[in-house]
Design a protein around this ligand. Sequence first.
Ligand code: TXA
Ligand code: MG
Length: 348
Amino acid sequence: ETQIIEIDCNHMEEKALEGLAEILRRGGTVAFPTETVYGLGANALDIEAVKKIFQAKGRPSDNPLIVHVARIEDIQPLVKDIPLQARRVMERFWPGPLTIVLEKTEGVPLAITGGLDTVAIRIPAHPIAQRLIQMAGVPVAAPSANLSGKPSPTRGEHVVKDLRGKVDAIIMGGSCDVGVESTVLDVTGEVPTILRPGGITKEMLLEVLERVEVDPGLKGEEDIIPKSPGMKYTHYAPEAEVYILKGQEEKVHHKIQELVSRYKAEGKRVGIICFDEDHDEYRGEIVKSMGSRGELKTVAANLFKVLREFDETEVDIILAEAVEEIDLGEAIMNRLTKAAGYKIIYVE
Ligand code: TXA
Ligand code: MG
């Protein structure tokens, strides 16, 4: 039986949180909100507890987990050393939507790192996550709290849908501000490298780092394997087939209208993902907007919710508009492209 507990982050009930921290300490699993997406937590130093995470999610065991801590001092026992560049980004962006990959100590179980000798660490900013981890008094391993392959959960309801009956407790703590998972930055090489784009953008990292590279494996070309094990799996996939349309806006509108007619003639049901500005182009169809094209923060916050909403409808095919891959647009297009299984239609 899964305990489902509502917590208001403006009036946090210490007693309820203490009970949840106790579940973590004793080797149980607790799903909790963070500012990016909901996470499914367990004591990172307890191998049996960590196994429960993989089981509940149906996650491949070679896909490593992020370890969450409450304060910078808490990473000391987990990592060999903290290079200067790592120190800079931590001081600037923690707590926040940034995960840093460092060389691990013997203390970190290989079950967490998927056998790698590095460990991914993050200090979340969400008040519930902060307080829970602090109270638990142990590092908390937490992947996104979705079934493996599904869009990450950005609302308590998403977690309940995926994990009720599979975990010990779920905290219902409202919606997540950022809406896409943290940026994963590897600082073990000479040049810091983004393994997964997220809430802290390349542009922001360049405020404190001289150089930042982006893992070429992220583009989905078959012969380049991504460095972050998780990025190689199909992900975020709604039940319908997703296609992304790229090109000049007017031409994309026309192409979508044309494809909708064609698919309908074949007896297929079509959904459209677009932006507020373009909503009227598709009157009469099943359309969901992610927000205004000019407000990438809103678009990121709504992306997974919209993908999940389509699972409640009966569509066979989803046609999605694209944004430019700069700033937060990089993370948005990374997730959308994975949801589409890299199926992109370039409109000339
Ligand atoms: O925002 C987030 O990061 C959320 C919240 C709950 O903190 N967590 C999250 O975890 O997205 P997960 O497990 O869904 O994604 C972790 C990503 C995966 O792509 C994984 O392969 C990568 O981080 N990762 C973990 N450890 C790594 C390591 N040692 N080296 C390279 N990549 C690593
Ligand atoms: Mg995930």
